[in-house]
Structures are given as structure tokens and as C-alpha cells.
Design a protein around this ligand. Structure first.
Ligand SMILES: Cc1cc2nc3c(=O)[nH]c(=O)nc-3n(C[C@H](O)[C@H](O)[C@H](O)COP(=O)(O)OP(=O)(O)OC[C@H]3O[C@@H](n4cnc5c(N)ncnc54)[C@H](O)[C@@H]3O)c2cc1C
Length: 472
């Protein structure tokens, strides 16, 4: 039976893989021949101030790997550089594609871009088809009994999990070499410099840059998955998956990793599956409550919080020089590697907003610059949670004590010493508050006093809560 389309163009965006890719598989089912493309989007790249950006380097290397795989199948991938609103319709026309296939985006920029491109394509009689792929369930698929979106995680999780167990993750098990890729040669991969960027330290970091390495990383984590609930909170232990960059860029499929859990349910895998559900939860928040995409707090009364916003304290936080070792080690980890452990993200975010009394949006913006796994929904959700301004957030009166967090989650001070060599000689007790033992060290003195700042933070929240109370 002949297929609907002679030729289709699959536009990869944040789904950089050939296996278990919904748009690619749908294009294969509906088209005689499939071409692939990727656009280095100038709208996004021009906004990046540091031209040594790990994410651009990561994309570049992953695309090279995809190109090599396709070459082995006598096919290729078009690599473009420009504004997708002109690049995609122009490529589709020049290769005489009947349809463009893509996996759906949920951030405003992506949604608007795709609407525009769909219109331009349709004017040329080219179809545009988009699919769910990034998430297990989309924003309108897990709703309350009255069809409203959830803003509290636990009932959302229960409903999500019930559905997931019923339907399964829906992994697509096709073999890559059975896809109807067109046999052709595309343009060469432009060097990083040609798109205005430089290579970074990424190849010296434990980040998988080829699909074969990524699959080994998944296997490695599968062996540790059963202990995840025991080890996940300790940054000095290899307890988490370190797969976030791959979730961000779709170099793995969310379905393949959800399957790891569904095929092996125990306390470790259940806890990890919960984290994957948090990911879906925050995606549905940005769609169902779009005001969070405009820099607003989920609980909008907290947009009136009067932060002190000291530039000098912000600089100390950014550079890892606040004098609170667990905070500084975490910030230095992110500055050096582009990654920060989840427990530490919670600690530094709480510290910025409730100890340094700096607006959570400042921290959100800094993470956006630095994190290799930066994802608007998870980052915004995480910051709003820690700052107590989000949906289902940490209650405003619960303020992490950085010293206790440090003693509990890095008891030997191993993680601290890895990133703060100045503290190498300190024992496991004094490493958490080194100036108590030795005030002559080069390491920064505590920039603030936690007990005092805690009181100020409580007052800052109480002031708004009282205003809101009076209004009702
Ligand atoms: C202030 C703050 C900012 C954050 N910014 C980001 C961000 O920009 N990008 C990002 O992917 N995650 C972010 N997170 C969530 C979490 O910290 C990271 O996903 C996690 O540390 C990544 O490491 P991992 O892959 O080893 O995690 P694992 O513990 O192995 O988790 C597995 C996967 O689940 C997802 N996940 C885990 N925790 C969360 C969560 N709380 N919310 C949403 N998804 C989650 C991630 O995709 C992760 O790869 C943030 C959390 C906080 C508190």
C-alpha cells in the first residue's frame, strides 16, 4: 500500500536520538522516504553571552554522532544555522518534502515558533505534524476528577502512576536500520566556530557524548537503581543517575528510562520513578499555569516579597565564596562542571532566597546560564519550590539550616573538600564550619549569620501573609 507522503522531513529539536523517537517513527510509517534536519537556532544562540557554552558543544558532538550513524546507513542529516521560521520552510521546499514531522515543545517560545512554521508550511502545501514525545503524559492527560489541572504533587503522582501502570510507558521498539531514511549526502557539519562558539571542557567531564556511551550509562545506573532511595541525597556518593542532560536534550527517551522502573518495581525504582513524574508535573505546570513563564510566582501574592537583593552577596553566592562550605562547594561544582546534585540545588536555592534574601529569579537566571541540563520547567519549578512561592512548595516557615544540611548530607565533608581545596586539612567535624577552628585560612568568612537571616526571612513572608489576610 502506498504511503501518505512521498518524502518527509523530521526536524530534531530536543529529541536528539534515532531510537524510540515518536516523530521519526511516525514519519517512517507515513512516508516513502525520510530526511532529518537540525537547526542551530540563532534566536536561542544569540542570547547566550558565554561563547564557551557546554550545551552548544554537547549538541554539536551529539549531532556528529547521529551524522556518523546515518552515514553508515547511506543517509545523513541536514545541519542548518539560522532562524527556524525561515530555515525549515526553505529546506522543506528545496528537498520537495510533503510533510515536516517534529516532537512537541511546551515552552511559549517553541509553541509560537511551531505555530508560525506550520502556517508557512501549509501555505506551500506542506503538512506539519507534531507528537507527544518529551513527556510520559501531557498537560491535559492527567487531570483531577473535575478535569482541572493539579497544583499539588501527591494526587497528581497517584493519578499519573495509575495511568502509567495501565498503559505502560509506550516505548517504540523499532530498529534504527529499518527506518526508510533517504539515501543522500547533506551538508558537512559546520565547525563550532562557524556558529560563533568555542569548544569547552565537556570531553574531560563524565558526560556521555555518543549514543553507545549513553546506553552504557543507563546500564550502569540500572545496576544502582535498587539503592537509589538510600543514596540519592548524598552528593559524595554515586547515587543518582546523572542522566539529566540526556533527559534535557532527548538523547534518551523518557519511555525507555520509565521502563527500567516499571519492569522492576521496588523502593529504589519507585523513588526514581517519582522523580520522573516530578518532571512531567512541572511540564504540566508551565502549560496549565502559563503565568509562571512570565517571571511570576505561582502564588502571585509572593511577587510582593521585599528581598534585600545585595549585589555583593549575590556575587559571593555565584562564585562560591559565602563562607558556608556546602553552599560554596555546590556553586563551584556547577561553575566547573555544569552539573549540581539535587540536594545541593535545594540547599543553595534556599540559602540564596532565605539567608541572603535575594530574589529567586536571580538564582533561576544564574542556573539558566550555567546548568548543562537547564530546563525551564524543572528549573523554574525547583526555584519556586525552594523559595516557597511555587505550587506545592516548601512551606515558607521551613528554612534549611545550611550547617545541619551539610552535616547530614556530606557527613565526612568529602564533597566539600573536592571543590574547596582550601579545606583539605579539616576533619569531618570542623570542615562544615572551618572558621570555628581556624580563622587564618584563606577560605571566606561566613557572609551572613544564619539565625539572624532566618528571622528576617520569616518577617518578609509574614508581612505579605498579613496583607493577604487583611484583603480577605
Ligand atoms: C533550584 C532547582 C533547580 C533545578 N533545575 C533543574 C534544571 O534546570 N533541569 C533539570 O533537569 N532539573 C532541575 N532540577 C531538578 C533536579 O535537581 C535535577 O533534575 C537532578 O539533580 C538531575 O540529576 P540526575 O539526572 O542525576 O537526577 P536523578 O535523581 O537521577 O533524577 C532522574 C531524572 O528525573 C528528573 N528530575 C529529578 N528531580 C527532578 C525535579 N525536582 N524536578 C523535575 N525533574 C526532576 C530529571 O530529568 C532527572 O534526570 C532543579 C532542582 C532545583 C531544586
Amino acid at each position: 500500500m502506498s504511503k501518505l507522503y512521498q518524502k518527509s522531513l523530521v526536524w530534531l529539536r530536543r529529541d536528539l536520538r534515532l531510537h524510540d523517537n515518536t516523530a521519526l517513527y511516525q514519519a517512517h510509517l507515513r512516508s516513502e522516504k525520510v530526511n532529518l534536519c537540525f537547526v542551530f537556532d540563532t534566536e536561542i544562540l544569540n542570547a547566550l553571552s558565554d561563547k564557551k557554552d557546554q550545551r552548544v558543544d554537547f549538541l554539536h558532538r551529539i549531532l556528529l554522532d547521529i551524522k556518523e550513524t546515518l552515514k553508515k546507513l547511506q543517509s545523513d542529516i541536514w545541519i542548518l544555522h539560522g532562524d527556524p521560521k525561515t530555515e525549515i520552510p526553505s529546506l522543506a521546499k528545496s528537498i520537495q518534502a510533503d510533510a515536516v514531522f517534529a516532537n512537541r515543545d511546551y515552552e511559549k517560545y517553541g509553541v509560537l515558533r511551531d505555530e508560525n512554521i506550520k502556517k508557512s508550511l501549509n501555505l506551500q502545501n506542506i503538512s506539519f505534524e507534531d507528537y507527544k514525545d518529551q513527556v510520559l503524559f501531557e498537560a491535559n492527560e492527567v487531570l483531577t476528577k473535575t478535569s482541572t489541572p493539579y497544583s499539588v504533587f501527591s494526587p497528581y503522582r497517584n493519578n499519573h502512576l495509575e495511568k502509567l501502570k495501565l498503559t505502560g510507558a509506550g516505548r517504540l521498539n523499532y530498529k534504527v536500520d529499518t527506518i526508510n531514511f533517504e539515501k543522500f549526502s547533506a551538508n558537512k557539519m559546520p565547525p563550532l566556530a562557524e556558529i560563533g562558539f568555542e569548544s569547552t571542557n565537556i570531553s574531560n567531564l563524565p558526560i556521555a557524548l555518543k549514543q553507545s556511551q549513553i546506553q552504557s550509562q543507563i546500564k550502569d545506573f540500572e545496576g544502582r537503581l535498587n539503592n537509589y532511595d538510600q543514596t540519592r541525597n548524598y552528593p559524595a556518593i554515586k547515587g543518582v543517575s546523572y542522566l539529566s542532560v540526556h533527559n534535557r536534550f532527548g538523547t534518551i527517551s523518557i519511555r525507555e528510562i520509565a521502563d527500567l522502573c516499571l519492569n522492576n518495581l521496588n523502593s529504589g525504582s519507585n523513588t526514581w520513578l517519582n522523580e520522573l513524574i516530578w518532571r512531567d508535573f512541572y511540564f504540566q505546570i508551565i502549560v496549565n499555569f502559563p503565568h509562571v513563564q512570565d517571571g511570576k510566582s505561582f502564588k502571585q501574592q509572593y511577587d510582593q516579597l521585599e528581598y534585600e537583593n545585595s549585589d555583593h552577596l549575590f556575587e559571593a553566592w555565584k562564585t562560591g565564596n559565602t563562607g558556608f562550605p556546602i553552599v560554596d562547594a555546590a556553586m563551584r561544582q556547577m561553575n566547573q562542571t555544569g552539573y549540581m546534585h539535587n540536594r545541593l540545588r535545594m540547599i543553595v536555592a534556599s540559602f540564596l532566597t532565605k539567608d541572603l534574601l535575594i530574589d529567586w529569579r536571580w538564582g533561576e537566571r544564574y542556573f539558566k546560564e550555567k546548568l548543562i541540563d537547564y530546563d525551564f520547567s524543572a528549573n523554574n519549578g525547583g526555584w519556586q519550590w525552594a523559595a516557597s512561592v511555587g505550587c506545592d512548595a516548601q512551606p515558607w516557615f521551613r528554612i534549611f539550616n545550611p550547617l545541619l544540611q551539610s552535616q547530614k548530607f556530606d557527613p565526612e565533608g568529602k564533597f566539600i573538600k573536592k571543590y574547596i581545596p582550601e579545606l583539605e586539612g579539616f576533619d569531618k567535624k570542623s570542615v562544615h564550619e572551618p572558621h570555628q577552628k581556624n580563622s587564618n585560612i584563606t577560605y571566606a568568612k561566613p557572609a551572613v549569620e544564619h539565625a539572624l537571616q532566618r528571622q528576617k526571612a520569616l518577617q518578609m513572608f509574614e508581612k505579605i501573609n498579613n496583607v493577604v489576610k487583611k484583603q480577605h
